[in-house]
Design a binder for this molecule. Structure first.
Ligand SMILES: Cc1cc2nc3c(=O)[nH]c(=O)nc-3n(C[C@H](O)[C@H](O)[C@H](O)COP(=O)(O)OP(=O)(O)OC[C@H]3O[C@@H](n4cnc5c(N)ncnc54)[C@H](O)[C@@H]3O)c2cc1C
Length: 333
């Protein structure tokens, strides 16, 4: 596959931000666009990290959101959300703009002010007048500061994919994801014994619905609470009779406990290397510095949207960012 034209817009990442960008662009009459996605389908992060049947909230992380643009969604389940996205992509007529299995490594501007995007051999170098980076931040989930001993790594996970019926599971984190993983495991009714650990003594970072469910499950004994204490380290259980050995958790208050599995829900780091590769100016947290109204970075024509710019991201926010970026691009093209 080769392209003999310069695209108006190249969009990198087909999560909510990338999808909304493609649709908003089409609505503005911009047809020379391409969406490059490393996975084999859109919304890959959602497919991988949301548990089956998860309720997809509009107001995420306790924040109220109003939609600014044309792409919106109704509160629904994970599966319905993916269907809604399929339909929106089809209805907007942008299906053929999405190129899957194309991992992008960086974006550079050439001497003529055109962006060159290095992907893979099949696509070669793609050229575009404007670029929107919508790669999210879950490529690299946040890890705790202590080491993961090699022997127990298979038991230290970042989503629920590997949980088996009957396991004793520790969920670590204080945000909505941690809450949903904890009560989600209980609701799956697969006989798991679930503990939620958060370093603060109270749950302050969840939306009211999740907070209510978690606190109720604490009261009802469905989730065991281990709040107000951090983990010092994790080690393999010595001479355990299962392989790999189970995980011994050492808390900073001197207590210990043994788990079949530990699930870390600590958010994700912005992909600093990718952004640095593009020469985008970053703040002290490794997030891009950008114009709030247009989403443009220090590099003219290069935009960052969605989770890659904030750890407080949500689907509605990614949609709104897409709308702002496309509005600005449409004015300038
Ligand atoms: C467990 C969990 C539950 C959540 N629940 C909710 C909720 O109920 N409501 C809500 O509003 N928000 C929720 N969120 C947050 C929400 O999912 C994100 O804010 C939203 O998905 C951000 O969209 P995005 O497009 O910026 O990034 P992402 O959804 O992360 O999409 C990024 C896309 O870019 C692709 N990509 C990454 N790197 C590259 C590369 N180098 N080259 C090509 N492609 C690349 C990825 O494969 C992915 O498809 C939840 C998050 C988690 C983890």
């Amino acid at each position: 596959m080769s392209f003999d034209k310069v695209f108006d817009i190249a969009i990198i990442g087909a999560g909510p931000g990338g999808i909304a960008s493609a649709i908003e662009a089409k609505l503005k009459g911009l047809d020379k666009i391409i969406v490059l996605e490393k996975a084999d389908n859109h919304s890959d992060m959602i497919r991988k990290f949301y548990k089956p049947g998860k309720r997809v909230d509009k107001d995420w992380q306790g924040k109220k959101f109003e939609f600014e643009g044309n792409v919106t969604f109704e509160e629904c389940s994970k599966e319905e959300f993916l269907e809604q996205m399929d339909k929106k992509i089809k209805d907007a007529g942008v299906e053929n703009k999405f190129k899957y299995n194309h991992h992008v490594y960086g974006v550079k501007k050439n001497n003529e002010g055109i962006f060159e995007i290095g992907s893979d051999h099949e696509l070669g170098i793609i050229q575009a007048k404007k670029v929107i980076i919508a790669i999210g931040r879950m490529g690299k989930p946040n890890k705790p500061s202590y080491k993961f001993p090699a022997k127990i790594k298979p038991r230290l996970n970042f989503n629920l994919d590997k949980v088996k019926p009957g396991e004793k599971v520790l969920v670590v984190g204080g945000g909505d994801t941690a809450g949903e993983y904890a009560y989600g495991l209980v609701d799956m009714n697969i006989g798991c014994d679930v503990t939620l650990n958060y370093r603060r003594p109270e749950i302050v970072r969840m939306n009211p619905t999740n907070k209510e469910i978690v606190e109720r499950y604490f009261k009802e004994g469905k989730i065991k609470s281990k709040l107000g204490v951090d983990i010092e380290k994790v080690e393999p259980v010595e001479n355990d009779d299962v392989t790999p050995p189970r995980v011994k958790v050492f808390y900073k208050d001197g207590t210990t406990d043994v788990f079949d599995r530990v699930i870390y829900a600590l958010g994700g780091t912005s992909p600093v290397d990718f952004l640095k590769n593009c020469n985008i100016e970053l703040n002290e947290w490794g997030e891009p510095i950008y114009n709030e109204e247009t989403m443009e970075t220090n590099i003219e024509g290069l935009y960052t949207i969605g989770d890659v710019v904030t750890s407080q991201g949500s689907i509605a926010l990614a949609f709104n960012h897409a709308y702002r970026a496309i509005n600005d691009i449409a004015k300038k093209l």
